[in-house]
Design a protein around this ligand. Structure first.
Ligand code: ATP
Ligand code: MG
Length: 415
């Protein structure tokens, strides 16, 4: 028996309707924000991610599914959405469209992770990218969209944490201070942190190793090093969040996993289990890094498996699996041919209909209708075909009625 690879998940029919509910709600909300959906390839040239995500990130250093294709090119399964979307933005000339460009996506992602609760190797993200504006108002729009997603899905207990990691200018000063703090203990940090010390010490603050987390206690805080512009930007974001009634906390520890972030960064954390459900921020350096014109942008990505988990916990009975409206049972070939045609027509009229496709007895057809929770069963034999009338049974109340075999009459009963 071949089993699925570690860290992957089957989403079975008895679960998928919850995904569809969430996806429908979020799609509607994205539309209401004027966000346009984009879909980019599952694999890209490896260089896109090493440049666009950053050489010193966990994703690039440890987690990418990278392989050579038969043509000897190094390709990588998409570990995140932003780099591919930004590549498409540049390559497909989206910069010539109205600015800002507001995009969203839902796509599976691949990371070679230590599999544990909330950490898979294939997982899905819904994300958004607002490209072309450096205004703090875009950060506010992204955060409010995130807040609204949890609102329309009726999910409480989400802690919103924000931080600013400054711009390359003010971050350079902070990095010096951080190196000064870390240097005396550098030997005690993990090997990955050691490789990050020179290139990107901020990443050390994001290390998941317990010993490194301990050593990081008391590290200098980037907010104390922000330049005037970055400070104003961050204060304006906060002013708007407060004015919109958003409860947030400042967490100087959020540096985000990816290298291209600047200024505002944020995470939404489930207070029930401490898992981060949504992470995002401003990434003013990325478009240029990937080969485009300098273009500011802001966005976020949300882990769908984690979102589903918090959604189910908060709304255990909200979404019910949709059952069949109508089962057409038939006796004999003539009736079955009639049932086939009637089912086809009703399906095209928007009614959910099933009929026998197993050449089963009438009794067995009723059993199937029962087992699949069909709401109504219509029984057709030769007489029914001739008189164009038949009995329809409400499977919940047991009540039977005789109706004309017209779409209108059938629809009137089962609606
Ligand atoms: P962490 O520091 O926890 O590894 P990250 O910085 O790698 O997080 P992002 O790349 O920002 O996470 O991804 C955004 C969101 O996608 C996360 O908040 C989470 O909900 C989800 N996510 C990330 N990695 C995984 C994974 N391996 N399995 C399931 N969901 C994930
Ligand atoms: Mg990670």
């Amino acid at each position: 028996m071949i089993q699925k690879p570690k860290g992957t998940k089957d989403i079975l029919p008895n679960e998928v309707y919850k995904w569809q509910y969430i996806e429908k709600k979020i799609t509607e909300l994205m539309n209401n924000y004027g966000m346009k959906e984009i879909r980019v390839p599952v694999f890209e040239h490896t260089e896109l991610f090493s440049r666009g995500v950053g050489e010193t990130t966990d994703v690039v250093q440890k987690e990418m599914y990278t392989f050579e294709d038969k043509g000897g090119r190094s390709v990588t399964l998409r570990p995140e959405g932003t780099a591919g979307v930004v590549r498409a933005y540049i390559e497909d000339g989206l910069a010539s469209q109205a600015t800002p460009l507001k995009l969203w996506y839902e796509m599976p992602m691949y990371r070679y992770e230590n599999v544990q609760k909330g950490r898979l190797r294939e997982f899905r993200q819904i994300g958004t990218e607002i490209i072309g504006t450096g205004s703090f108002l875009a950060d506010v729009e992204a955060i409010l969209l995130g807040v609204n997603i949890f609102k329309v899905l009726n999910i409480p207990n989400i802690k919103i944490t924000i931080n600013s990691i400054g711009c390359p200018t003010c971050r350079a000063k902070y990095q010096d201070a951080l190196r000064d703090f870390i240097r005396p203990n550098l030997d005690n940090y993990c090997d990955t942190c050691k490789t990050r010390f020179e290139k990107n010490p901020l990443r050390i603050l994001d290390c998941k190793e317990e010993k490194c987390k301990e050593l990081n206690q008391g590290a200098p805080v980037i907010l104390d090093y922000l330049c005037d512009e970055c400070r104003d930007h961050f204060e304006n974001v906060q002013k708007y969040l407060k004015a919109n009634g958003v409860d947030y906390e400042i967490d100087a520890g959020i540096v985000r996993g990816l290298d291209y972030y600047t200024k505002t960064v944020f995470e939404f954390i489930s207070e029930d289990d401490g898992l981060t459900v949504l992470g995002g921020g401003r990434y003013d350096g990325l478009v240029e890094e990937v080969g485009g014109q300098p273009t500011p942008a802001v966005g976020f990505a949300m882990g769908m498996e984690r979102l589903l988990e918090v959604f189910e916990r908060a709304n255990p009975d909200l979404v019910k699996e949709k059952t069949m409206d109508l089962y057409i049972a038939s006796i004999g070939e003539e009736a079955d041919i009639f049932a086939t045609k009637l089912a086809t027509d009703l399906r095209n009229e928007g009614v959910q209909v099933e009929k026998d496709i197993c050449s089963r007895s009438l009794n067995a057809q009723f059993k199937y209708a029962n087992k699949t929770n069909a709401r109504y069963v219509l029984t057709i034999g030769e007489n029914e075909v001739r008189e164009n009338k038949a009995r329809i049974k409400n499977m919940i109340t047991g009540e039977e009625t005789e109706i004309n075999l017209t779409y209108d009459d059938i629809k009137k009963i089962i609606q």
